[in-house]
Structure formats: C-alpha cells, structure tokens
Design a protein around this ligand. Structure first.
Ligand SMILES: *Cc1c(COP(=O)(O)O)cnc(C)c1O
Length: 404
C-alpha cells in the first residue's frame, strides 16, 4: 500500500479507480498483506509451531475468515455467532477455541455439539454449567481455564484485560480450586491453561511477567497442561513511528519457558494479523470554517469505524491524492453523527483540503468493520478485497430498506 504518482494504491489497484466504481465510505483490504502477515507470524514462532487461532472478533467478515483459513489458521471465538461464522468459513472445529466471561447455556451446548478444540472457561459457575451439559450428553468435554495473571499490559486501560480489577479470567486461588474440581470430574478434561492480558501491546515485558506467573503456578500445582494458550495482543505500528513489537524476544522467552514444560502453545492473534491490511476511504462532504480550526466533515462516522470514539484510539489520516500543498492549520476530522465523540482525528499540518476530496483512514482492518453499527440508521459500509488488479466485493453495503 503506497502512493504511486501521488495516488494511493493498494497492490496494483489505484484508489481513483475504486472511487469511480464504488460509493464511500468503503473498507478496502489487501489480500497480499493479509497473507504476508500470517506468514510473518508463523515464521516468528516456527521453532515450536504453535496452533494459531485468529481472533474472530477483530474481523468477522466471512470472506476474510475463509482467506485466513486457507492460510492455515484456526479461530478464537467469543459467541455462538462467531463460532457459527468460523465454521461456515470452513475452519475445522478442532482448531477453534471459545473464550468469554458470559457464555450462555445454549452457546455452550452448541460448542459442545460441535466438538471444538477447547472451551476456555472463566469462572467456577461456568465450569458447573459445562459439566451439567456434558453429563446430560454423557460426553467428556475438553476444558481450558483462563487465569487472570494480574499483569499490567501497559496498553490503553479500555483494552487491558489481565489485571485483577478486570472481569476476565480467575485469580490464582480460584484457578487452583477449579482445576482440582475439573480433575475429579468424570465429564471434564483439564487440557489447557489460558491467558490473554490485553491488546495493542508493544513491549514484550508484560508477556515476560505473564509467563513468570504461569511458570510459578505450574510449579506450585504440578499440573500438566497439554496446551498453554497465550492469547493475542501483539500491537501494531499505528503511529508509524517504528515502535514495533519485538517478536524475536517474545519467541525467545516462550522457548525458554518450553524448556521446562512440554505443552503445545496456542496463540489468538487478531490485530497483528489484520490491523494494518485495510483502509477506510471517505469523502469530504463539507468544510466548516471556524476561527481556530476547520471542521472537515466526512461521510464516514463512528458507526462505520468506532475505535477513535470508543477508546480515543488515533488512526492516521492521509489524502487519497497527494498535492503536497501543506498548510499549518488545525483540521478536525469529524463524521456526521450527532455525538461529540464522532471525531476521528485532529491534525495541525495537512495538505489544503477541499470539499469533495477523498481521505483515507489507515489501519482499520482490526476492530473496524466488526464493530460497525447502524447508529443514526446509517447503513454499514461495503468491504472490498484487493488482489493485484482484481477487486472482490466481500460485503455489500447495507441497504436502508433492509435496516428499516
Ligand atoms: C480480543 C481477544 C484476542 C485478540 O486480541 P488482539 O489484540 O486483537 O490480538 C485474543 N484472545 C481473546 C480471549 C480476546 O478476547
């Protein structure tokens, strides 16, 4: 993805071609980039060949999931709907893990009937629910228990999940209590210790701390786990300031850990696979001039792409056509939705913009389309997958009639 003759281009498709053919806002993915990310991820950990379960909540487009499946990944799901779509994408049930704090009985029944790899349980009550279903079906169900390792992931607080005040997983004491119970059950198989400490983690040190916690716990309990599920969370370079996650270091500390324990590692990456593979194209509707700053009112909004409004996340905005006529002026890029938080970014240096120009919001592949909503009765955008010069529509723009 780069500018060619000042026009932003994905693989061999210039975006001027795309805006002639399609309405905006529109999500555009690069197939090549997705495959490249999957291969890089696999290569980073090839010495212990982990099971890689793509986090379906980061992007749940059926065609994307199918592409990911064809490149060898499984899925991490957090609802019956995600499990259904992962299966529909062709992902083998023995490559699917199910996480989440509030799985309902019907969801658990469905997962048990589909014989998935693991149900990663997050409470004693849930364990009892799984056991009662397993008993009624006279089955033995493979279980993981999610530990809350009380580790600060040093990421934005809204996407931190591994501290004791977060709702996820169980503390060490409960973990030990539950694991004893599961061991003694005729209907449950304790197969996995799972953790997931948060998202957009750029430093390997929180993972080091997390592994130390696991190490101590395993030593203390003398439990044997066929699988250790380390979750996802590896961050990407949203700010383009070359702060990249150190995969080499992470690989090394896991290899050291595996010298002591003979377990299969599971990963659940989302953002690191799909985050930087897509952009959102949007058109400027109006420019509202103001004494201190100009409001650039675009046709994308928080319902299409929610991360800035939801977490204060910053995503780079760049022009579709570069003019290089830079001006020092404050631009507030906002959407049409009736909420003050419907704002993407403030910049103080940008090329001079005009009404009807197109802009690009960068790195929207993860937690982009999967978080889109119909707020303000706005249809969800179309999604296209680019492969060289080929453009495939992988989701049609919703029709207003269908929503209404
Ligand atoms: C969201 C989530 C992930 C994926 O996190 P990324 O930061 O996108 O890699 C993995 N595991 C669980 C349990 C999750 O909830």
């Amino acid at each position: 993805m780069k500018y060619i003759n000042n026009i932003f281009t994905i693989e061999k498709s210039s975006l001027t071609k795309i805006i002639k053919k399609f309405e905006t806002p529109i999500f555009c993915y690069s197939e090549k980039k997705i495959i490249e990310n999957i291969n890089n991820f696999k290569n980073s950990f090839k010495s212990f060949s982990p099971i890689i379960c793509f986090s379906t909540k980061s992007n749940s487009n059926l065609k994307i999931l199918n592409l990911i499946k064809r490149n060898g990944l499984g899925a991490d799901v957090v609802s019956k709907g995600e499990l259904m779509i992962a299966l529909k994408a062709g992902i083998n049930s023995k490559k699917i893990v199910f996480s989440g704090v509030g799985k309902t009985r019907p969801e658990l029944i469905y997962a048990i009937d589909k014989n998935i790899l693991l149900i990663n349980s997050e409470s004693k009550s849930e364990i009892l629910e799984i056991e009662s279903i397993a008993k009624s079906k006279n089955k033995k169900v493979d279980i993981g228990i999610r530990l809350n390792p009380n580790t600060d992931a040093q990421t934005i607080k809204q996407i931190s999940t591994g501290k004791k005040e977060n709702k996820f997983g169980v503390n060490e004491k409960t973990f030990i209590e539950i694991s004893k119970y599961v061991k003694s059950s005729k209907f449950l198989n304790l197969k996995c210790l799972s953790v997931h400490i948060g998202s957009q983690i750029l430093d390997y040190k929180p993972y080091q701390k997390m592994l130390n916690v696991l190490d101590k716990l395993i030593k203390k309990t003398k439990l044997n786990f066929e699988y250790i599920d380390l979750g996802g969370g590896m961050g990407i370079d949203y700010n383009k300031d070359n702060k990249k996650f150190n995969y080499r270091k992470y690989n090394q500390i896991i290899k050291n850990f595996l010298k002591k324990y003979n377990s299969k590692i599971i990963f659940e990456p989302g953002r690191s696979i799909i985050g930087d593979t897509a952009i959102l194209i949007s058109k400027i509707i109006y420019i509202k001039e103001n004494s201190k700053k100009d409001f650039i009112i675009v046709d994308a909004a928080m319902n299409d792409f929610m991360r800035p409004a939801l977490y204060g996340a910053e995503h780079k905005i760049i022009p579709l056509k570069k003019t290089n006529k830079m001006i020092n002026k404050i631009y507030d890029f906002v959407g049409p939705i009736c909420e003050t938080t419907d704002k993407f970014l403030t910049t103080n240096k940008f090329q001079k913009l005009n009404e009807k120009d197109y802009i690009i919001i960068c790195d929207v592949g993860a937690y982009g389309s999967s978080l889109a909503s119909n707020y303000n009765i706005r249809p969800k955008p179309a999604e296209i997958l680019i492969k060289g010069t080929k453009i495939n529509i992988i989701k049609k723009r919703q029709k207003l009639q269908d929503i209404i």
